[in-house]
Ligand binder design. Structure first.
Ligand SMILES: Nc1ncnc2c1ncn2[C@@H]1O[C@H](COP(=O)(O)OP(=O)(O)OP(=O)(O)O)[C@@H](O)[C@H]1O
Length: 502
């Protein structure tokens, strides 16, 4: 049995509800209850059905001659009523509606019957939240607009909506569950959903734009969603659309993660690329073909991101540095390094490769220096200092690469061999008489004197002057090559002495 206070609340709510329903006139016959001197369950108000605990379960005021307003908020905002009411039946009155969406608060409702009234406007979305609804009768009113997705209410077995002005598509109801279905005389359009043919064509008649079984007019195209129907073009419910969108988003995230992972790995691989090993491999196996050599050089350039630069660009840490040289200005260095290469020879201090750049019409000689005990910064400083000192008989480096383990020097290729080859007769058809030899010696001595004078303060000497490092340029002029490749012998002796002393 409900406490007195609660019953008073319920009584007040019902009287409020009736007041609006009857437009303030109440129930004409006082013997029917509905007054402040009695209680709805205890005194058996007309139209009220309660259970054994005096809880209001049903309100049935069909044919009550009511012409006011049905406002569900008067009932459903009272917690105990909202939790107990299962049926509201107001058929065959002349009622209009207000706050109809508030009915969703009475979520125990299993039957809502307002057939034969004057309700108008659209059916609120909130109706689709009446999860316990089994029977819905909104027939013979003036409802318009599209239906909410009532197909979400899984237990629905009766839907009577005939003689309204409803439009849009018919929700994808679970027709096999239904025992009553009627949407005649409306403005529904599109195909009758799957299973809808369980009901006769008479249940669909007078909807000119409806098509498909059980109607005789066939659907010619996919249903249009422009009228705002609650199903998608392919008959997907909102839930399904939401679900597929979720799958799509998860898929997208996975794909993006994979792309991110692949890119990261690629970058890590590029960063961990060690040109030394490749060069060593070439050095260890002279039968390796030229393209291997060139690809190694290419990766050096790619890694550094440096192409031909002017002298002002200066050194780039652990990367290829292009020094000034009129011959290579404007030449793209990566293109140059893509070119085929061939091993020219191995000396005591490293190997030299001939690299042919056909596009630019240039041929270069690249020397990889082996085991040179000099720091990268020292090497870089020497190269840059040397670049400032020019002599026509000293072959300038056009570029260098410098990392902790690796040092490369790039020169213009000199086509006429070395003084060593002239002296030892390996070059045929070359006459190297004493006059020419003295001329070469004088030229080299002069060039050397110039370099020593210029670089005196820097303490930079050639350190490895010999006939194989005196090359003959295209004019058969002798040029000192590989200046600065080695520290001067004196430096070496001093460092050996220091090491022993320590
Ligand atoms: N710029 C160049 N143009 C043409 N040939 C070159 C050039 N630089 C070097 N060479 C040739 O490449 C070959 C190998 O040179 P490399 O300097 O490695 O040998 P090396 O002088 O005998 O030894 P090292 O200088 O290491 O003591 C030599 O025959 C040399 O004349």
């Amino acid at each position: 049995i409900r406490p007195q206070g609660d019953q008073e609340h319920v009584r007040n709510a019902l009287l409020n509800f009736l007041g609006k329903l009857s437009d303030g006139n109440g129930i004409p016959d006082p013997t029917q209850g509905w007054n402040l001197t009695s209680y709805p369950c205890k005194d058996n108000w007309v139209g009220i059905k309660c259970d054994a605990h005096f809880t209001v379960k049903r309100i049935n005021l069909d044919h009550g001659n009511f012409s006011g307003i049905f406002d569900p908020s008067t009932l459903c905002s009272v917690h105990s009523l909202a939790a107990s009411l299962t049926i509201i039946s107001l058929n065959e009155n002349t009622l209009r509606g207000a706050n109809i969406d508030e009915l969703a608060k009475c979520n125990q409702i299993t039957g809502f019957h307002i057939g034969g009234n004057q309700f108008s406007g659209s059916i609120p979305e909130a109706f689709a939240r009446l999860n316990n609804l089994k029977r819905l009768d909104i027939s013979r009113n003036s409802f318009s607009g599209v239906l909410p997705d009532l197909a979400r209410i899984s237990g629905l077995t009766e839907f009577s909506a005939q003689e309204n002005q409803l439009s849009g598509t018919i929700p994808n109801f679970d027709f096999p569950n239904f025992n009553t279905f009627n949407v005649t005389v409306n403005k529904f359009s599109g195909p009758i959903p799957r299973g809808g043919d369980l009901f006769d064509a008479s249940c669909y008649s007078d909807n000119p734009d409806l098509c498909g079984a059980p109607l005789t007019n066939r659907c010619t195209s996919l249903p249009s969603n422009s009228s705002g129907g609650n199903t998608s073009k392919k008959g997907l419910s909102n839930d399904q659309i939401l679900m597929y969108s979720g799958y799509f988003l998860v898929g997208l995230v996975v794909v993006l993660l994979i792309i991110f992972w692949v890119c990261k790995n690629k970058k890590a691989k590029e960063e961990s690329y060690d040109p030394v090993n490749k060069v060593v491999a070439i050095n260890d196996d002279s039968s390796l073909n030229a393209s291997v050599v060139s690809s190694e050089y290419k990766s050096v350039v790619n890694k550094s991101g440096v192409s031909v630069a002017s002298a002002e660009s200066g050194p780039v840490s652990a990367s290829l540095v292009v020094l000034t040289s009129p011959e290579v200005n404007g030449l793209k260095f990566d293109e140059l390094l893509k070119a085929p290469a061939e091993l020219l020879g191995r000396g005591k201090h490293g190997s030299v490769y001939k690299v042919i750049c056909q596009d630019q019409g240039m041929t270069l000689a690249v020397k990889r220096i082996k085991d040179w005990g000099i720091s990268s910064s020292d090497f870089r400083q020497r190269m840059q200092r040397l670049d400032q000192v020019k002599h026509p008989n000293v072959l300038p480096a056009v570029a260098f690469y410098c990392s902790k383990q690796e040092k490369l020097l790039v020169y213009e290729y000199q086509p006429n061999g070395s003084v060593f080859k002239l002296l030892h007769g390996t070059q045929l058809n070359q006459v190297f008489d004493w006059g020419s030899r003295l001329g070469v010696a004088a030229t080299i001595a002069e060039a050397l004197a110039f370099m020593h004078e210029q670089l005196q303060e820097d303490g930079i000497a050639h350190g490895n002057l010999k006939s194989s490092n005196i090359l003959l340029n295209k004019n058969m002029e002798p040029c000192i090559s590989e200046y600065v490749v080695l520290r001067p012998l004196l430096d070496k002796l001093l460092s050996i002495r220091d090491e022993n002393y320590v």
